[in-house]
Design a protein around this ligand. Structure first.
Ligand code: CA
Ligand code: CA
Ligand code: CA
Ligand code: CA
Length: 529
């Protein structure tokens, strides 16, 4: 084990100070990852915020939500989820490299979901009308040449829709890339490119204020947000999401954890809560780390943090510790389940790890399992079945792009740099959505099969045991893109692939879950049928 081994790290000094700590979330024990079925008429779905001092939870009316994610299955959704066939209609919005992430929400409150990506939101239902809402950059180079290590890096590595200030207008949380000097390196700047390692939330002025597409007011969320995967997760169960990531210069420095808003002052910066011990950031201190996520691993109703070396268990008072668990809650109050949730092989840099990680009950036995790729720039998809005592058995469900693996698993690609776990077809069983990120690194950086087809797949969770591995379930690949005779790789017809983050939700109002990807190939929505 290299640097970053928690055993060699320090406990998070002081422990996270979770305001409103001890607020135990009420989490339904229904199939995790399944979209909340909120009824079709809950526009204005209420979020619950702990606001008043000692006054109990404050009900806040937030804008309706159209996205779903495996790290925050309790979030209310504006539409009742309906079963689908895992067949998709592909809508290519554009074919440029403008961003590596997208989001689904109704930004103009006309009742029709829209899509945002980078500095622009695209109005539904056809996503043709473009509405810039911030500075940023135009098209970036994406032919795989070496300089693209710096020039081919978008200022949108993750974005999320959320009505941060509870005014009924959905805002956009945007996290930039982690370490490239954007002033020197990012071409086609439009105004100010969002500074590396920052997350901002952009305040939606509302429909009347959107006329002429003025820039939305930016509010700095935090200026030190590293690691290549982020996601929303409600760590304290108050209905307001936290954002997971890693901080380089917070105190203590070089840890993985999460960022939390002050709901009483929504424009204030978010505070960082270190969860893990110290990790030596790779490449002389860069934040190019991989693999983070979360979910309720030990079934106490409190979300826990996942990263490549194990699961960090949130304690009832909101703190974390690195006392290793030998079995469930043994010793009492233990906070760390040591388990490599990646290939565990040494890498010189220490940046290796999975992509987005989830604690979801995959085999519906009542115990949360973990889903993780082996290496975001490599090959192999896995889930880890947890027994009742916090021990994990690792099951593969896809390998690499070579013919032998393709034949064995029914699919094969490298670089699953973004991943989601959600019940996509409404059968109550959580499915896995991922694909290949084209040119996650430019050529010559050691990424396998760099010119391979950038696929998008849903892995359908079926109750049949997997004869190949002995797993109690099978994750069957269902090809989303490209279907039919593919066009040239690098064009939308050759496959969109996935970006740094993918979004699942309702891009139209038929209730069947859709997929949004923003990649070096372009921006597309896959409408579930
Ligand atoms: Ca709309
Ligand atoms: Ca708002
Ligand atoms: Ca929260
Ligand atoms: Ca399970």
């Amino acid at each position: 084990m290299g640097s970053g081994t928690p055993g060699g790290g320090k406990p998070a000094p002081g422990g996270p100070t979770v305001s409103g700590g001890g607020t135990k979330p009420e989490i339904e024990a229904t199939a995790a990852g399944q979209p909340e079925t909120g009824g079709a008429d809950v526009s204005g779905a209420a979020g619950v915020a702990s606001g008043g001092e000692g006054a109990g939870p404050l009900i806040v009316e937030r804008a309706p939500n159209y996205e779903v994610t495996g790290t925050w299955p309790q979030q209310p959704v504006a539409l009742m989820a309906k079963p689908g066939q895992l067949k998709y209609e592909k809508v290519v919005i554009h074919d440029q490299f403008l961003a590596e992430s997208c989001s689904i929400a109704d930004y103009d409150n006309d009742g029709l979901p829209d899509v945002s990506s980078g500095r622009i939101w695209y109005a539904g239902p056809d996503f043709k009308a473009q509405h810039p809402f911030r500075d940023g950059h135009g098209p970036l180079p994406r032919n795989g040449s070496a300089p693209e290590l710096n020039t081919g890096v978008a200022d949108d590595w993750a974005d999320y829709p959320f009505d941060v200030n509870a005014d009924g207008n959905t805002d956009i949380i945007n996290c930039a890339q982690v370490d490239v000097d954007e002033v020197k390196n990012t071409p086609n700047a439009i105004g100010t490119v969002q500074h590396h390692s920052t997350c901002y939330w952009y305040q939606n002025p509302g429909r009347a204020g959107q006329s002429g597409d003025p820039n939305w007011t930016p509010h700095l969320l935090h200026n030190d947000v590293r690691l290549e995967q982020h996601g929303l997760i409600d760590m304290n169960g108050d209905g307001f999401p936290e954002l997971y990531g890693a901080c380089k210069s917070c105190m203590p420095p070089e840890t993985k954890g999460y960022y939390q808003a002050n709901q009483k002052d929504p424009t204030a910066p978010w505070s960082y809560h270190a969860v893990t011990g110290h990790f030596t950031f790779p490449f002389g201190g860069l934040g190019k780390l991989h693999g983070e996520g979360g979910g309720d691993v030990n079934g106490d109703g409190l979300p826990d943090l996942l990263e490549r070396t194990g699961a960090w268990l949130q304690q009832p008072d909101g703190t974390f510790n690195e006392i290793a668990c030998t079995s469930k809650n043994t010793p009492k109050g233990c906070g760390f389940i040591e388990q490599d949730f990646y290939d565990g092989l040494l890498d010189n840099a220490g940046n290796k790890g999975p992509s987005h990680m989830y604690a979801v009950d995959m085999d519906l036995d009542g115990v949360a399992d973990v889903v993780a790729a082996d290496w975001a720039h490599g090959e192999g998809l896995f889930w880890y079945r947890q027994d009742g005592g916090g021990k994990f058995t690792k099951y593969q469900f896809m390998g690499g792009a070579n013919p032998t693996d393709q034949s064995k698993w029914g699919a094969g690609f490298s670089e699953p740099h973004a991943l989601q776990v959600v019940d996509m077809d409404g059968d109550g069983r959580p499915d896995v959505v991922t694909g290949k990120m084209r040119f996650a690194n430019p050529l010559g950086q050691g990424d396998p099969d760099p010119n391979g087809t950038p696929y998008v797949y849903v892995f359908k969770n079926v109750a049949t045991p997997d004869a190949r591995t002995g797993a109690p379930i099978t994750l069957q690949p269902v090809l989303v893109d490209p279907v039919g005779v593919p066009g040239p790789v690098g064009s939308p017809e050759g496959g969109m692939g996935i970006g740094r983050q993918l979004a699942l939700g309702h891009a139209n109002k038929d209730g069947i879950l859709d997929i949004c990807v923003a990649t070096k190939v372009g921006l597309a929505v896959f409408l579930g049928q």
